[in-house]
Write a protein that binds this ligand. Structure first.
Ligand SMILES: *Cc1c(COP(=O)(O)O)cnc(C)c1O
Length: 238
């Protein structure tokens, strides 16, 4: 795998999707997802000029970030447990995966202690799949004002994970639903929300056509993720 060639190909596809949707490519941020990738892989991508990365586990990020170039910035994109909020506030510039009022309150509390403000996205489960984290849409709309009232957090938009599919066109309705939900949130709040984080390696072009501002891309950029359990797998074959 050649990260430079991967990046060039992805950027070309982002531009083409933007052209189809009449959008400025500068309005779409590519968020490389470095979960399960070692610091060397992050360094290789950072050397291509990317400086914002996504991680999905606090523990992994806490170990990895100090081994990566210091100028990089990081977004949390995985499920966050309340007992990891303090670390998350230190490690990340944005938490894209806030999925309950309780979690937002905990982030708010920790942000206050750290004298910070934390930008966040609210993760929505637009597919209704029981296996997925994320706000159920009706509940999000009910609790939105309460979250917004928290002084140390700043709601910047919505995030979702579409079902895995070989046919990206099939997930378009979920991206569209998230976009409509953002409009409903904007009406409730009486203010615009700048971000829609949606689209991954298999479906980012469709997401861009539906107005994604962050596309979170792992495998198409880094290549396949190393298996999580390398040592155990090695033990088994030994
Ligand atoms: C792993 C992950 C991605 C990237 O997935 P790819 O299919 O490898 O591009 C994006 N978003 C979240 C929340 C993830 O956990």
């Amino acid at each position: 795998m050649d990260p430079a060639a991967n990046l060039t190909a992805i950027q070309k596809r982002i531009k083409a999707a933007c052209a189809r949707a009449n959008r400025d490519p500068a309005a779409v941020t590519l968020l490389p997802v470095s979960k399960s990738q070692p610091p060397d892989a992050v360094r290789a991508i950072a050397a291509l000029g990317l400086n914002l990365f996504g991680e999905s586990k606090v523990q992994e990020a806490k170990a990895k970030i100090p081994l990566c170039p210091g100028h990089l910035r990081w977004h949390m994109i995985g499920h966050l447990q309340t007992n990891k909020c303090r670390d998350a506030l230190e490690l990340f510039d944005m938490i894209q995966s806030v999925d309950s009022l309780h979690l937002a309150q905990e982030i708010n509390k920790r942000a206050e202690q750290a004298a910070k403000r934390m930008p966040l996205l609210l993760e929505v489960n637009v597919t209704g799949e029981a296996s997925k984290f994320g706000y159920q849409p009706e509940r999000l709309l009910r609790e939105l004002q309460q979250i917004n009232a928290l002084k140390r957090i700043e709601i910047q938009g919505l995030m979702t994970i579409a079902p895995w599919t070989l046919e990206p066109e099939k997930v378009r309705p979920f991206f569209r639903r998230l976009r409509e939900l953002k409009e409903q949130c904007e009406q409730i709040l009486g203010a615009p929300l700048p971000h829609l984080s949606m689209g991954m390696s298999g479906d980012f072009e469709v997401a861009i056509e539906e107005k994604a501002t962050f596309v979170r891309i792992g495998t198409a950029l880094f290549g396949r993720r190393p298996p999580a359990n390398t040592t155990k797998a090695a033990e088994k074959t030994a």
